[in-house]
Write a protein that binds this ligand. Structure first.
Ligand code: XBP
Ligand code: MG
Length: 242
């Protein structure tokens, strides 16, 4: 089967954005007079709930807080976050831009499947790759397009529909167990590059686990039959020549 598209998660995969999300949450809480402070250890636990609004709702439940307007808090959090998406303030993870450029040259389609909000994706891509780079991606599906967030496969199924390809014709890039579960449930082979918050996640089922995309031989876990199951020689070259 020939691989025709590379599909990317955003947070943790394209860039280490979760610290910026955490800062944006905390700014929102402070501004709104809530005494919530999400430190790194707490945020690591809270990340098991995908989606910022859902994460705040889960936290409110956990501490028994009532009368929280999570949708309004989330809108404000998105404003704080997108305000941080300026050139130089955020960078793509190692190897990402190179892989995107090589995939484009090789004629592969690019796509995005994320739980975060569209404005955040636009801000990140624009700040890192330039204002026109969103057009590099033939499908961009976000948490605003789905009823259920990862680990539900809905977002990846939407991307497959947009592209018109079978799952085996695509390759997903993810950083988290929730994202991996979503991609696998959609039937798409998956490469994992663990991020600062997901190093301890369970990546069972991933086709490859790389430390970063520019060091594909720093393999934490290597499934030797991968090339035979999913990936053409062209894709192997793309992944391994970085
Ligand atoms: C990322 C998320 C998001 C971000 C915050 O997961 O779960 O919720 O933490 O963004 P993934 P929003 O990388 O699997 O897409 O506040 O916009 O949800
Ligand atoms: Mg992610």
């Amino acid at each position: 089967m020939v691989v025709r598209a590379l599909i990317f998660d955003v947070d943790g995969t394209l860039a280490e954005t979760e610290e910026l999300h955490r800062i944006a949450f905390n700014k929102t809480f402070a501004e709104r007079g809530l005494d919530w402070v999400w430190d790194r250890e707490l945020y690591r636990q809270l990340l098991t709930v995908t989606g910022g609004r859902e994460r705040m709702e889960a936290y409110a439940d956990r501490i028994g807080a009532e009368g929280i307007d999570a949708a309004a808090l989330h809108r404000r959090k998105t404003e704080f976050y997108t305000g941080m998406m300026t050139p130089g303030s955020v960078t793509l993870r190692a190897g990402v831009e190179d892989l995107l450029r090589r995939a484009r040259s090789a004629g592969l389609d690019l796509a995005i499947g994320t739980t975060t909000s569209r404005a955040n994706v636009v801000g990140l891509i624009s700040a890192t790759l330039g204002p026109d780079a969103l057009s590099w991606f033939r499908s961009v599906r976000t948490g605003e397009d789905t009823k259920r967030k990862k680990p539900d496969p809905e977002v990846y199924r939407l991307v497959l529909d947009d592209l018109g390809y079978d799952p085996e014709e695509c390759l997903v890039f993810e950083d988290s167990a929730n994202g991996l579960r979503a991609a696998l449930a959609a039937g798409i082979p998956t490469v994992v590059t663990p991020s600062i918050y997901t190093g301890e996640d369970d990546f069972t089922g991933a086709d490859y686990v790389f430390r970063t995309l520019d060091e594909p031989y720093s393999i934490l876990n290597f499934a030797p039959d991968f090339a035979f199951r999913a990936v053409s020689a062209d894709i192997r070259d793309l992944l391994f020549c970085g």
